[in-house]
Design a protein around this ligand. Structure first.
Ligand SMILES: [Cu+2]
Length: 341
């Protein structure tokens, strides 16, 4: 279940209820949020972390969820009810108040020398972060919930809306988060440290691998062109943004394939703004320019003018939305869907 109203379920109206029921075979850092008027409802806080623990979790002293969230407040400090339509067609509704929402499941104070697992999540509707971490020596061990076969050096992490990143490391002082995506570096918040201990000696290794499908030669290829935005020509459909000349969810799927098909989709960003394309119900490999498979993710970031191919094994039957996870862009037309089986 990866519910989307119109496509797979009805909205849950006030006073009504709906039971989501699904297995959780893949350990990792996930999240959940409203998918109805999501630019509005998520911006008001209708989201949360969804953690699936490993059967053999790595030994850490603290397992901490950190959600980077921005909100637009008016002059009196209240949620700004005015939705400026110009923002839908540009970089989105960017908040003027940015914070790190920190939840430490152990409830204990972090000591210098403690080993931490940080689960970084970007539930912001439109804001992209480049997250720097101070006060921690460690490695990046997972992206979008999926373990990296080879943990990466810890350096500032690009975190677009919807994306996640797991970091394991040892505290050397207060853990300070900052964002260097924009022109000015912003302080996002910190995790306080009190006391100290000898750091763990064990090396930081890869998380236990999740089950992964085996890609075949692509049985289908497709091109997805990102178009529209302020100042561009208009497209078919209802909104400002478009995918392959159609703005808004089309009646026919962008791609229809038999279950188990491997598909290669080339995504080209022809707009003047960055986007982060998210596929429901699946993860996919980001391919590099040489066609080599990179990380296995569910959301891929494309800068202005950038092209990226992704490879996906369509092993999950159903109708699945493919959309920009900048939720103002999605609301203004940047959404399509695929059908599997
Ligand atoms: Cu977008």
């Amino acid at each position: 279940m990866d519910g989307v109203n119109v496509l797979t379920q009805d909205v849950v109206i006030p006073g009504d209820s709906y039971r989501y029921q699904f297995g959780v075979p893949d350990a990792g850092t996930y999240w959940y949020h409203s998918h109805y008027l999501s630019y509005d409802q998520v911006s008001r806080g209708l989201f949360g972390a969804f953690i699936v623990e490993e059967q053999n979790a790595p030994a850490v002293d603290h397992d901490i969820v950190v959600q980077f969230f921005d909100v637009l407040l008016d002059q009196s400090g209240q949620y700004d009810e005015a939705f400026n339509p110009a923002h839908f067609a540009t970089e989105g509704r960017i908040g003027n108040t940015v914070t790190a929402l920190v939840f430490n499941g152990t409830g204990k104070t972090v000591k210098r020398g403690d080993r931490l697992r940080l689960r970084l999540i970007n539930p912001s509707i439109d804001r992209v972060y480049r997250v720097g971490l101070d006060g921690l020596i460690g490695k990046i061990v997972a992206l979008d919930g999926i373990p990296l076969a080879h943990p990466r050096t810890l350096e500032p992490i690009l975190l677009a809306p919807g994306q996640r990143c797991d970091v394991i490391g040892d505290a050397t002082g207060p853990i300070r988060f900052d964002d260097s995506f924009g022109e000015q570096t912003l302080s996002l918040g910190e995790i306080a440290v009190s006391g100290s201990r000898e750091p763990a000696k064990a090396p930081i290794t890869a998380l236990p691998a999740n089950r992964m499908p085996a890609p075949k030669d692509p049985g289908q290829t497709a091109e997805l062109v990102l178009q529209g935005g302020a100042g561009s020509a208009s497209h078919n459909g209802t909104g400002t943004w478009a995918l392959n000349d159609v703005s808004g969810l089309p009646r026919r799927p962008f791609l229809s394939a038999a279950q188990g098909t491997t598909a290669r989709i080339s995504i080209r960003n022809e707009t003047g703004f960055p986007h982060v394309m998210h596929l429901h119900g699946h993860h996919f490999w980001e391919l590099d320019a040489a066609g080599e498979a990179g990380p296995y993710r569910d959301s891929t970031y494309l800068d202005t003018g950038e092209t990226r191919d992704i490879l996906v094994v369509l092993d999950n039957p159903g109708s699945w939305m493919l959309h920009c996870h900048m939720l103002s862009h999605q609301a203004d037309g940047m959404a399509t869907w695929i059908r599997v089986g």
